[in-house]
Write a protein of this length. Structure first.
Length: 130
């Protein structure tokens, strides 16, 4: 399963409305994947929300999660991301998450319903995980 940034960000934050769901997901699933772009996205948002120190700790904190593998970006992912932006109006980060999930033929777990527009991938809402 591909883990989108909202799940990891809620897990890393001290408190978050999605925290309980993100903890369940990270405990329940063994073979999770996310993109290196997820790290960049979380670093940008957390720098604004929590400052430089928190932002600079994101990579190490995500790497400490043993059941998540970081996927590299490649040209095929970037090309498909551009297609998704043109076809579905996704932003840059969301399009790369969608293209990464497509490449590894996995579901994407996210609260963002924009992924429901893309027929080639299936989204799971983390709030519905038990």
């Amino acid at each position: 399963m591909y883990v989108e940034a909202d799940i990891l960000y809620s897990y890393l934050k001290p408190t978050d409305w999605l925290k309980e769901s993100s903890v369940k997901i990270l405990k329940k699933y063994k073979n999770l994947k996310t993109s290196v772009i997820t790290i960049t996205e979380i670093e940008l948002v957390s720098k604004r929300d929590f400052g430089e120190q928190f932002s600079n700790s994101v990579l190490e904190r995500v790497k400490d999660i043993k059941n998540i593998k970081l996927l590299d970006l490649d040209l095929n992912i970037l090309k498909r991301a551009v297609e998704y932006r043109k076809k579905y109006g996704l932003n840059i980060f969301d399009s790369i998450h969608a293209a990464s999930a497509f490449k590894i033929k996995k579901e994407i777990i996210s609260t963002d319903s924009i992924y429901d527009l893309i027929e080639e991938i299936k989204r799971k809402d983390p709030r519905q995980i038990e």
